[in-house]
Design a protein around this ligand. Sequence first.
Ligand code: HEC
Length: 228
Amino acid sequence: MEFLKKRSIKSFLIFTLTMVIATIMTAGYSKAEISYQKVKSKTSMIYYTTQTIPLYKSIKGKDIIGFLTPATPVTLLSPLNISKKNRIKISVNGWSFKEAPSVVYYALGERIILLRLSQNAISNRIVLKEKKDSYGNTWEQVKVTGWIKGNSITNNISYVMDKARKIYEARCSACHALRPPKMFTANQWPSVLETMAKNAALNPEQKALVVKYMQMHAKGFVGRNVVK
Ligand code: HEC
């Protein structure tokens, strides 16, 4: 009898501990993310990063070859596996200055950062073509392949944009009326936001989200049809 009681106390404790750990592990994810993860749509090919995430060199191991910014479109190269533990293979397509190959941008001339590669990972880029812009700069269209955690993407870009818009609305209206994203072009926003992110005391992730939000809704942004 005494023995049985001890056992049941032990299994109760283990159960409670497991629940606490599970709660802590999912605490960072909102309802939207979790419900998305339940949907597991297999039809959508393009997914978007939900936050700043590391790009790993391979399926296992600690080697990080760069960091993807939030709302970066990625193409899945391995089956979608939404677990935090499993990595999925993805590729990112974009453009970079030939002179500064570690930064991959959204489009030629559209300096919305998608990926910052580590200096020693430049060789992970595959150059698809080369083009000169009207200023005489040479751009390279590149593709970078790597591995990311399975739970760091969504097929619903509005999920990421809404998260960013909430920060912008709450934090950028403290000293003046909200300045609309269309006030500047995608290339102009980063320098304006250098000062303003400090004013608003944004942490690096909040800043990354607001920069992306302003750029993707900026004056003359060509890719605007992908965001609402
Ligand atoms: C602590 C107060 C404060 C906060 C918070 C703040 N700003 Fe400002 N902002 C200012 C001041 C002061 C000016 C005018 C002087 C200047 O341009 O630096 C300004 C000017 C601006 C301008 C006009 C710049 C130009 O060159 O015409 C924009 C755009 C702007 N803010 C956007 C933002 C955004 C976006 C955020 C949120 C990330 C933000 N601000 C948060 C104080 C603030």
